[in-house]
Design a protein around this ligand. Structure first.
Ligand SMILES: N[C@@H](CCC[C@H](N)C(=O)O)C(=O)O
Length: 284
């Protein structure tokens, strides 16, 4: 399936880059083959993912996240910040907040303005869940927190749902991400694969590298930074209810984790890159 969107818009949040397709008029989403091709950095436009904006009965738009391998993700923190910049900068208005429907529910987003429109976005990400169908706890009914990762001696992890699944490894060398990430992404205890965070606690907050489900190593990951901060708070390594700095290869995100995990906040910069006409998929 091609798309009803005539133009694409490329954005990034700290180097985590996305192609936005505004499909609110036609209402038709793309298929896996088309998203793989759009994301291809040699044969297509190039991105970590495609964000389709579809009509919503309850919010300004419904965002569907397509990973670069063609799979669908329930949620994407940096992607939502990019989608908010698109939606607001093309609205001719400067709202204090907008709502977007995602696989993690309807989320409230607060744009911050600079000279080129939206410059940063804060998102009320909703709850961090410790029991969810896409975590090991879906089968056991028990949270998986600071436990030995089956089949990987010496590894301890925290399984956290931010809409999408995450396995957070605290005190893990960040250099391990490219070696262990692809294996842990497909750990059999995660029924829908998982994102994997390699995290170190620093004096300033956290340093993290994320191996993302469906696209591999990225410069930054919003839900991954949230999951890392939640794990550090649960492990009592960092305080709840404070803004925490999470340093990723692409730069810093700021995360606040309430002690009851009810509404994690994510804040960071967002940039427009370029726009173009949606090309036809070769061979179609
Ligand atoms: N980079 C994103 C997460 C994108 C989805 C992820 N790859 C998944 O499959 O869950 C973010 O900023 O949260």
């Amino acid at each position: 399936m091609s798309t009803t969107a005539e133009f694409f818009f490329k954005y990034h949040g700290l180097g985590n880059d996305f192609i936005v397709l505004d499909c609110r008029q036609g209402g038709t989403d793309i298929d896996a083959k088309f998203s793989q091709w759009l994301c291809d950095r040699r044969r297509g436009v190039g991105a970590d993912g495609v964000l389709s904006l579809l009509p919503s009965d309850t919010a300004l738009a419904r965002m569907v996240v397509h990973n670069s391998d063609g799979s669908i993700a329930e949620m994407c923190g940096n992607g939502l910040r990019c989608a908010v910049k698109y939606l607001v900068d093309h609205s001719g208005e400067k709202p204090e907040r907008i709502e977007v429907e995602t696989g993690a529910g309807i989320l409230t987003c607060m744009p911050g303005y600079g000279t080129d429109g939206v410059a940063e976005v804060e998102i009320s990400m909703g709850p961090a869940r410790l029991i969810a169908p896409n975590l090991p706890s879906g089968a056991t009914g028990q949270p998986f927190l600071g436990e030995a990762v089956p089949g990987h001696s010496g590894l301890r992890g925290y399984a956290i749902n931010m809409g999408n699944p995450h396995l957070v490894l605290l005190d893990q060398p960040l250099e391990d991400a490219s070696r262990l990430g692809p294996v842990l992404e497909r750990h059999p205890d995660f029924p829908e694969r998982t994102n994997v965070e390699f995290v170190r606690v620093t004096e300033e907050g956290l340093a993290a590298v994320v191996w993302e489900r469906g696209c591999g190593l990225t410069e930054a990951c919003g839900t991954g930074a949230c999951a890392a901060a939640v794990a550090a708070v649960l492990a009592r390594r960092l305080p709840a209810d404070a803004w925490l700095r999470v340093t990723l290869p692409g730069g810093d995100l700021h995360i606040r984790v309430p002690s009851d995990l009810s509404d994690v906040r994510l804040r960071g910069p967002v940039s427009f890159v370029f726009t173009g006409v949606v090309p036809d998929l070769p061979g179609r």
